[in-house]
Design a protein around this ligand. Structure first.
Ligand code: HEM
Length: 574
């Protein structure tokens, strides 16, 4: 087996955010909230509106960026690149508009706001696009079409429409749009998360379902995870003795990486210093770049230019991560050659066993697969746990009930095990309620239409990007009573799980692309949350009041808490 020598490529399917704010006013839009309403303005009106807005938008770009959460240099990159795009694309757009006039589409797109010339509806999005699109869906309906730059995008905002996409038409909507931040080092040709549905993808999914994330594999590795959580608790114990606050997100991020690295490679990839410390940085950098709005994703003509340098920077990060995995695989291969080869019973052993029969599973494949498992598994798990802890701290009654259940089933202060999870329905309900209000991947991973698809009389055109706004579905008052309250009790009676069968709650997606790491994620989440609250009491820092807690969101590849949760662990009396 040889290390991958290809040059990096990037994918950033989730970077559909434009860090641009709304203009003070916007072009007229249809107001119907149903699926079956009249089509858009006439082309003449549209052309006038487009012309007006083309003139209007340029001066707004810098102002719009002031509210972005991106670092200053990225903002400047974005602004200058945006101006460049406007100039560069005008000519192309005029030509395309002319051609478009000659070739009127024969299908009926779902309703949506009017696209401006060149940039389409990018200005309709704020730095919280899940919220902007939720508002737009109230005007245009649960199946809505927009132009994100040049990319036709369909946004799904109801459980019924989610079912159409994730179940009824799943077979035609299971490919992905591939962001530039993913198209590095040939990753787009290996990535389980981004390759199209194909024999390779089916093979990889089969390996995930039948081996890597199979119940017996996860059972076999549960002690390793318990040790890592014990380590987390010891570190928190130190803070407890010093009366210091713990940054929950940072602590969980590190533990999650080690939970995954021990499950996959039987090693800690994050320690306090040295090269291993670098791994945490690398994963953070990769996920941050995947979440950074990239003009090249909205204007394919810019792909070659890489105007913000995202692809170039991502290639460096991915190369380093792949190199770390190469060394781990190489080391294990050498160990397995010896006469007293250790059996680790981890995912790497499983993959290397597979490689003996299946040529596809070579070192390069293992490197890229491991990349996806870390990138897909770390931020998602971390943000869910930070939100869950925040909600529990903010809702003392719910916290008390959770502790009561743990006390009854496990004993206050005793270690929580993965095998205890089935006996903790209230803790499970807390995680579901967290997924409902704070879905870590608010649009799932973008799907792409393989062909024209008809849904409720509207056409999702071939190659359109499809986003399912699970954030707004989780807050839909026609489904949920008091949707903005954190109320886990609602899941104790309702027969709703997160396995992709109940389209009102699909944090892991659905259909054939449903998250393969769901079972591992659920185990890690319940193990960590149960351990944190069964081992300590938690109070806010510096006499801060519950009502002062900032629950604002920050959009990126995952939906994070804008202000990190800092809470002080207090020794429990048991
Ligand atoms: C709270 C934790 C997690 C959440 C909320 C989550 C959510 C998601 C979502 C929404 C998708 C896209 C599904 C779709 O398109 O319908 C996905 C895909 C994926 N997830 Fe997760 N995930 C989590 C944890 C994990 C973990 C721990 C792993 C592995 C260690 C993982 C690996 C993957 C992979 C490889 C894919 C791509 C699957 C494909 O495209 O075929 N995820 N996840």
């Amino acid at each position: 087996m040889a290390a991958s020598t290809e040059t990096p490529r990037q994918d950033t399917s989730t970077s559909i955010t434009a860090s641009l704010n709304k203009l003070p006013s916007k072009p007229p839009a249809t107001t119907s909230n149903t699926l079956c309403h009249s089509s858009r303005q006439t082309r003449g009106e549209e052309t006038v509106a487009r012309a007006k807005w083309a003139v209007a938008i340029a001066p707004f770009f810098p102002a719009a960026m002031q509210h972005s959460t991106a670092p200053f240099s990225i903002k400047m990159d974005f602004v200058s690149s945006a101006l460049f795009v406007l100039l560069a694309c005008t000519t192309i757009h005029v030509a395309l508009s002319f051609l478009g006039r000659c070739r009127k589409p024969h299908y009926k797109l779902p309703p949506g706001p009017y696209p401006l010339p060149i940039i389409g509806n990018l200005l309709e999005l704020s730095n919280k696009p899940h919220q902007s699109l939720a508002k737009l869906a109230k005007m245009h309906g649960p199946l809505m079409s927009l132009k994100m730059g040049q990319i036709t995008t369909i946004v799904v905002s109801s459980a019924e429409m989610a079912k159409e996409v994730l179940l009824t038409h799943d077979h035609l909507l299971s490919n992905r749009t591939i962001p530039q931040s993913v198209s590095v080092l040939n990753h787009e040709n290996y990535s389980l998360a981004f390759i199209p549905v194909s024999p390779l993808w089916r093979d990889l999914r089969k390996i995930c379902n039948a081996q890597l994330f199979a119940r017996n594999t996860l059972e076999a590795s549960q002690d390793v995870r318990r040790n890592k959580v014990q380590q987390l608790l010891s570190e928190i114990h130190q803070s407890c003795q010093n009366g210091e606050a713990v940054d929950i997100g940072t602590a969980i991020f590190k533990t999650t990486i080690n939970l995954l690295s021990n499950t996959i490679f039987s090693v800690d990839l994050v320690q306090s210093a040295g090269t291993a410390g670098e791994f945490k940085e690398l994963v953070s950098n990769i996920t941050e770049l995947v979440g950074t709005p990239n003009l090249a994703d909205y204007f394919p003509v810019l792909k070659m230019v890489d105007p913000q340098g995202i692809k170039k920077r991502q290639a460096k990060n991915v190369a380093k991560v792949l190199d770390i995995f190469y060394r781990l695989v190489d080391q294990r291969l050498k160990q397995r050659e010896g006469p007293h080869a250790d059996v680790h019973n981890d995912m790497l052993d499983v993959l290397l066993n597979i490689s003996q029969e299946n040529k596809m599973m070579d070192t390069t494949m293992i490197q890229h697969l491991s990349h996806d498992l870390f990138v897909a598994g770390t931020d998602t798990t971390t943000s869910t746990l930070e939100w869950a802890m925040s909600e529990l701290v903010r809702n003392p009654e719910t916290m008390s009930k959770a502790i009561e259940e743990l006390e009854l089933m496990i004993g206050r202060g005793n270690p929580v095990k993965e095998s205890d999870i089935a006996r903790l329905p209230y803790l499970q309900a807390i995680i579901r309620e967290t997924f409902r209000l704070h879905p870590p991947v608010p649009f799932l991973l973008p799907r792409k239409a393989e062909t024209d698809v008809n849904i409720c009389g509207f056409t999702i055109p071939k190659d359109a990007q499809v986003l399912v706004n699970v954030w707004t579905i989780g807050r839909d008052s026609s489904i949920w009573d008091n949707p903005s309250s954190f109320y886990p009790e609602r899941f104790l009676e309702a027969d709703i799980d997160v396995k992709g069968r109940n389209f009102e709650l699909t944090p892991f997606g659905g259909g054939r692309r449903i998250c393969p790491g769901m079972l591992l994620a659920t185990r890690m989440l319940l193990l960590m949350l149960g351990s944190l609250i069964n081992s300590f009491e938690w109070k806010l820092e510096d006499g801060m009041k519950l009502e002062d807690m900032d629950m604002d969101e920050k959009f990126g590849i995952t939906l994070q808490k804008a202000q990190p949760l800092r809470v002080v662990p207090v020794k429990i009396n048991n």
